[in-house]
Design a protein around this ligand. Structure first.
Ligand SMILES: *Cc1c(COP(=O)(O)O)cnc(C)c1O
Length: 369
């Protein structure tokens, strides 16, 4: 950027101008426009969305809520928070609702970070952590990964006097890496109380039942813990934008001060509440993902492509020249996610799709090899 630029943009804070914008997966409509393809012939395995679509119960609830969209939604999200409170065993005032869980992550950054403070995240961690940190004017510290995932000992050692937030995603995106909960619990014991630990559990529902953990039960011991969860992935509501944070009363109170009024819209509130009741849909999503993950790993390994073991609904495939491979896949109507911006230029991240979509991806990939 021009150092002598005296326009409003040129004079915008350096931390904002230095942000590398979030790169979303390519929308189907965009690829169709660009390559003159039929939208129906394109598959998107690029944003870790639920290939089953939304739960029918959630969809019906959202449709019903549309009748009242001339009115503002309940800015306090009373009904959804009450429902979550019962399910999670925490008080309603320990829950904050977000316009997607990204909103919760951003609230945490705006509430706890400012110039002169720092936040810590792992190399290859979710892009929103550095973006939210920079937006708040704080310094982001990336800690070298261990086996593509979080190196908790190194992250602990990186904590400085000015550190106020430490981000952990478990499982992590885009790597799919997972740390046993006992390791995270032991880590929390060592984190000083002035550091808020944000534990991002966007993919928690995809863990095998034996590996799931009621981390909300830790809050009594760790008042500096903020857990974030979302309806975007296993619950199939990415387009409606709804997620939540769970923390101690004082942390949640602080987040509510920076939360935008009416940040979660009425159809999203209604759909999320209904989705919590559709246990059968969630189980189907989990089962489909387990089978699809096995299918993708086997198919990739069969053609000699290495994968990083993943506990999410997506997988890193080491394809070598990922930029070229991505272009070739796009020409064949297959959208996946290049992750060079995450420091992983040899990999493509592919989301687990329906069985037929997974086959389509594997066939297209083979044709490009
Ligand atoms: C997808 C994802 C989220 C969820 O984003 P939403 O804003 O809830 O749609 C949060 N964290 C990680 C690591 C993710 O991959």
């Amino acid at each position: 950027m021009n150092g002598c630029d005296l326009t409003c943009v040129g004079l915008a804070p350096a931390n904002v101008r230095a942000i590398a914008p979030y790169q979303p997966g390519k929308p189907i409509s965009e690829l169709a426009r660009e390559l003159g393809l039929n939208e129906a012939d394109i598959i998107k395995l690029a944003s870790n969305e639920n290939p089953l679509g939304p739960s029918p119960m959630a969809l019906a609830a959202a449709q019903e809520a549309l009748h009242d969209v001339a009115l503002y939604p309940d800015g306090a999200g009373f009904a959804l928070k009450t429902r979550l409170s019962g399910k999670l065993g925490v008080a309603a005032n320990q829950i904050v609702l977000g316009n997607g869980s990204n909103d919760v992550l951003d609230m945490a950054a705006r509430a706890f970070l400012t110039a002169g403070t720092s936040s810590i995240y792992a190399q290859h961690a979710f892009a929103v952590y550095p973006i939210a940190t920079q937006t708040a004017g704080a310094l982001g510290i990336a800690v070298a990964a261990k086996d593509y995932g979080h190196d908790l000992a190194a992250m602990r050692a990186a904590i400085r006097e000015d550190t106020r937030v430490l981000w952990i995603a478990n499982p992590n995106n885009p790597t799919g890496t997972f740390l046993p909960w006992a390791e995270i619990e032991a880590f929390l014991e060592t984190v000083p109380p002035q550091v808020l630990v944000v534990l991002d559990e966007a993919y928690g529902e995809y863990l095998p039942p034996a590996e799931r953990c009621d981390t909300a039960a830790w809050l009594g011991r760790f008042p500096n813990l903020l857990i974030s969860r979302t309806f975007s992935k296993a619950y199939g509501l990415a387009g409606l934008r709804v997620g939540y944070g769970i923390g101690s009363v004082n942390v949640i109170d602080l987040l509510n001060r920076v939360r935008h009024p009416f940040n979660v819209n009425a159809p999203a509130l209604a759909a999320a509440e209904a989705a919590l009741n559709d246990v059968e849909f969630l189980e189907r999503s989990y089962a489909l993902n387990t089978a699809g993950m096995a299918q993708l790993v086997a198919g990739l390994n069969e053609v000699g492509i290495e994968t990083v073991p993943s506990k999410g609904n997506f997988l890193l495939a080491k394809v070598g020249d990922a930029a070229r491979m991505n272009t070739e896949l796009l020409k064949r109507g297959v959208i996946v996610r290049p992750v060079a911006n995450y420091g992983l230029p040899e990999f493509l991240r592919v989301s687990v799709g329906l069985a037929g979509q997974n086959i389509r991806f594997l066939e297209a990939l083979k044709a490009c090899l």
